[in-house]
Design a binder for this molecule. Structure first.
Ligand code: IMP
Length: 423
């Protein structure tokens, strides 16, 4: 058996959670492979809206096993709250949620370090979600991190103390004004570690490879988006993990030749939360309309998302880096009501017109080149079949497919599970 990947192709918030939730019934296992509680995967069904942070989006389906892979970073405190949030659904989370021993832990001091680092950057700040993601991955690659499996060892508290003391010295180095009560944060952390311990820890690479041998189907669920990838994103305004396809191999222990389909999720327009370049960003009423109609506020931080037109240069880049085989277009309904839509098909860069993503896409380096497409007025949210969609939307879809050279297989026309049209 093989593995399918599901990834965001823009700057995150493409609607991956909804699609994983829709697809879950086809898979035996859903596995998260990178990121941490900086993610906020929103699911809507039966009138309920729920945001998941670290737990895979397959958790609401009866039979699927959900795995938090080695590439993920876990904050026990956030995780405990996430588990508590699931209590009202009356499901047996513990029997269907397994955690890799090799996943790294976010300590309270990682969160403090994130805040200190951002505060020290002034205007150059990344716009981090401040969940401790960067410092935790720094400790991982610096070979200082603490992993889930360490909780089972006798010297967990000593390891914790040594690392936390080092972090405190680092926080002092930043010399920023920060108020915090570490003792309280630590008490909360160790209480949450006890809760984490009630879950099943596994060697997830072993588990997943055995599952494949046994004929089980696996969907790897990405977090954030390709343009936030630590290597291929708009560095340094990125997150600290590989959000692209290769991250699924290293974040789960799955060999590249086991990957079959790569589902690329993108919005019919573009959004970005946090700082960093965004060539097609809108600062006018059109952008405000997208934000309002699309309810573009961060699921984790509540920050308003920046909005802009669809950028095909960036989309092609993401499709290429990930080897996308099928595209899923989200939030088509948000574009209803615009007379004219714009799509970026190239950039003016150093006096030339280019159609690839250059090293440096800051505003002063690239100017987007737009073509115009006719908009549509119909409300899509009640539509269930591709044939019902307005002709202008079909033209928009076909134009994207031609440019990107990958078929769009799903068009989402609303946040609910049921508002999903197969093409
Ligand atoms: P961090 O990963 O929290 O350090 O944030 C780094 C950058 O990635 C910031 O610009 C965040 O706004 C952005 N980011 C992190 N996670 C997400 C996400 O799940 N959706 C959208 N943006 C994200």
């Amino acid at each position: 058996m093989t593995v399918d990947l599901l990834l965001g192709l823009q700057w995150g918030d493409e609607g991956k959670g909804k699609i994983v939730d829709v697809l879950t019934s086809k898979y035996d296992i859903i596995a998260r492979f990178q990121g941490g509680p900086n993610a906020g995967h929103t699911l809507e069904f039966d009138g309920i809206k729920h945001v998941l942070r670290t737990i895979p989006s397959g958790i609401f389906h009866k039979t699927a096993i959900n795995i938090i892979g080695n590439g993920v970073v876990i904050d026990p405190v956030v995780f405990q709250k996430e588990l508590e949030g699931l209590e009202k659904f009356n499901m047996d989370v513990k029997s269907k949620l397994l955690i890799s021993r090799k996943a790294h832990l976010i300590l309270p001091t990682h969160r403090l370090l994130d805040a200190a680092s951002e505060a020290s950057k002034g205007k150059a700040k990344i716009g981090s979600t401040l969940k401790g993601i960067g410092p935790t991955y720094m400790d991982k690659t610096g070979r200082n991190g603490i992993r889930v499996g360490d909780i089972e060892l006798g010297d967990f508290k000593e390891r914790y103390r040594a690392l936390a003391d080092k972090h405190e010295a680092m926080i002092a180095f930043y010399d920023v004004d920060m108020q915090y009560n570490l003792q309280e944060m630590e008490a909360e952390f160790f209480e949450a570690v006890e809760v984490l311990k009630t879950l099943q820890f596994i060697d997830s690479e072993e588990y997943l490879n055995n599952a494949m041998k046994a004929g089980k189907s696996i969907l790897a669920e990405g977090a954030q988006g390709s343009l936030l990838d630590i290597d291929f994103g708009t560095y340094p305004f990125v997150t600290s993990s590989n959000t692209t396809a290769a991250g699924a191999c290293t974040g789960l222990g799955i060999a590249p030749n086991k990957v079959k389909d790569v589902f690329g999720i993108f919005k019919a327009y573009t959004t970005r939360v946090g700082s960093g370049p965004f060539p097609t960003e809108l600062f006018d009423e059109d952008g405000q309309t997208m934000a309002r109609v699309g309810n573009e506020f961060g699921a984790v931080t509540g920050r308003p998302r920046r909005c802009g037109w669809l950028d095909l240069v960036a989309l092609k880049y993401a499709v290429q880096v990930n080897g996308v085989t099928q595209l899923f277009m989200m939030k088509g309904d948000v574009l209803s009501g615009f007379d004219t839509l714009k799509v970026c098909t190239g950039y003016k860069y150093k006096g030339e017109v280019i159609s690839h993503l250059p090293y440096n896409i800051e505003e002063e380096n690239v100017t987007p080149i737009f073509i115009e497409k006719k908009g549509w007025q119909a409300d899509l949210t009640g539509m269930t079949k591709y044939d019902e969609l307005p002709v202008e939307l079909k033209e928009y879809i076909e134009f994207i497919e031609k440019e990107v050279e990958v078929p769009i297989k799903v068009v989402s026309v609303g946040p609910d599970r049921t508002q999903t049209i197969l093409k």
